[in-house]
Ligand binder design. Structure first.
Ligand code: COS
Length: 381
């Protein structure tokens, strides 16, 4: 067994870390305050070849592995979680379905511009009445000659305002229930397709969150992605990968919590000494560091399994639950260590809490992921 990163993985992590700390971190507070989407940062990430990092060079990607991609997600999220989520959703939810299930023609047409960072990737799964129960999708796609006609709506969709096309799920055979769902690539300029970005969120203010509305939207037959009626399994497979990357995001936020809390505790003097010297504080920091190490090791193992083409459903769910809940705890402890200052916007730790919380909800709630784990270990046999 070898726990070392390869030379290439280390190189990618270090390049991304330097870029994230130098160019993203100084902007994070402003991005949170104004809610301004960091489009110029995304352009720079494209210049660094990050927007197609884990995809083959023939599709415009950088040919790196999933481990390297997750390391990049951690580093970007450590600097700015809004930028981290934008990146994660682009790769794991936007690019991945097309890479996994697209025909060569579809990859040429859709994956290449995504990998080059010419537009952002987005995936429309969740609906007002189909959240955890994603199989309850109500959006429909009905055949009409050489076309599919799509009607319905999606909610909480990341990146769609900056996408040229969105992959969505729709019911193609109602009688088959969740086994009658298919995936479609829908151009965002198609007549009848409306995108609205008016949510007021608790955190991740710089991440674009949208609602999608389809009113008799016509897409050509060839925009079906993957096999007809296999959409449910396809997106569960996509979500397996996404959950590992969300865990990497959580580790990034937790690391930022530790960085901030440790620096503060070493400087802040009370009762004649830095508070880091008090056991009550140092043990909090020690626990934070231990949990971060554990979550990082878990996501690296899960990403490695994915790179080997091995089953990863259970490990992805485990690390998603552990890392996201760990990040929220780390943010709460970081605030506590900062005392009254931690409650103020002048310090970054209150933002870390608002940003971390989403990771217990998005790409499968902690409850759904515990259900996946419980099934995998045989609780319900
Ligand atoms: N990968 C591939 N196939 C999978 C899978 C996975 N990870 N998990 C289950 N499947 C298969 C099952 O084997 C089953 O196959 P058959 O039809 O051949 O029997 C099929 O998919 C249906 O699975 P299941 O019966 O388990 O579906 P359920 O509706 O009971 O449960 C859960 C599915 C709850 C796990 C799923 O709906 C889920 O993950 N929900 C959360 C959605 C989510 O994360 N939303 C966030 C969106 S952010 S983009």
């Amino acid at each position: 067994m070898n726990f070392d990163l390869t030379k290439e993985q280390k190189m990618i992590r270090d390049v991304v870390r330097e870029f994230a700390q130098g160019e993203i971190a100084p902007r994070a507070r402003e991005i949170d305050r104004t809610g301004q989407f960091p489009l110029d940062i995304i352009k720079k990430m494209a210049d660094l070849d990050l927007m197609g990092l884990p995809f083959p060079e023939k599709y415009g990607g950088a040919g790196a592995d999933y481990v390297s991609y997750c390391l990049a997600v951690e580093e970007i999220s450590r600097a700015c979680a809004s930028t981290g989520l934008t990146y994660e959703a682009h790769i794991s939810l936007g690019c991945m379905p097309i890479y996994l299930f697209g025909t060569e023609e579809q990859k040429e047409k859709y994956l290449v511009p995504l990998c080059r960072g010419e537009c952002l990737g987005a995936f429309g799964l969740t609906e007002p009445n189909a959240g955890s129960d994603a199989g309850a999708t109500q959006t429909t796609a009905v055949e009409d000659g050489d076309w599919w006609v799509i009607n319905g709506s999606k909610c909480f969709i990341t990146n769609a305002s900056y996408a040229r096309f969105v992959t969505i799920t729709a019911v193609t055979d109602r009688a088959l229930g969740k086994r009658g769902i298919s995936n479609f690539i829908v151009p965002t300029d198609a007549p009848g397709f409306t995108i609205r970005a008016t949510y007021e969120k608790m955190g991740l203010h710089g991440s674009n969150t949208t609602e999608l509305f389809f009113d008799n939207v016509r897409v050509p037959k060839e925009n079906l992605l993957g096999e007809r009626n296999k959409g449910f399994k396809q997106f569960l497979q996509v979500l397996d990968g996404g959950r590992i990357a969300i865990a990497a995001m959580a580790v990034g936020i937790a690391q930022a919590c530790l960085d901030a809390a440790l620096a503060y505790a070493r400087e802040r003097v009370q009762f004649g000494q830095p508070i880091a010297r008090f056991q009550a504080i140092s043990f909090k920091l020690a626990d934070m560091a231990t949990n971060i190490e554990l979550a990082r090791t878990m996501y690296l193992k899960a990403a490695w399994l994915k790179d080997q083409g091995r089953p990863v459903t259970k490990e992805a769910a485990m690390v998603k639950v552990f890392a996201s809940e760990m990040a929220t705890r780390a943010a709460l402890d970081a605030i506590q260590i900062h005392g009254g200052y931690g409650y103020m916007k002048e310090f970054p730790v209150e933002r870390y809490l608002r940003d971390a919380k989403l990771l217990e909800i998005g790409e499968g709630t902690s409850e759904i992921n515990r259900l996946v784990i419980a099934r995998a270990i045989g609780c319900y046999l």
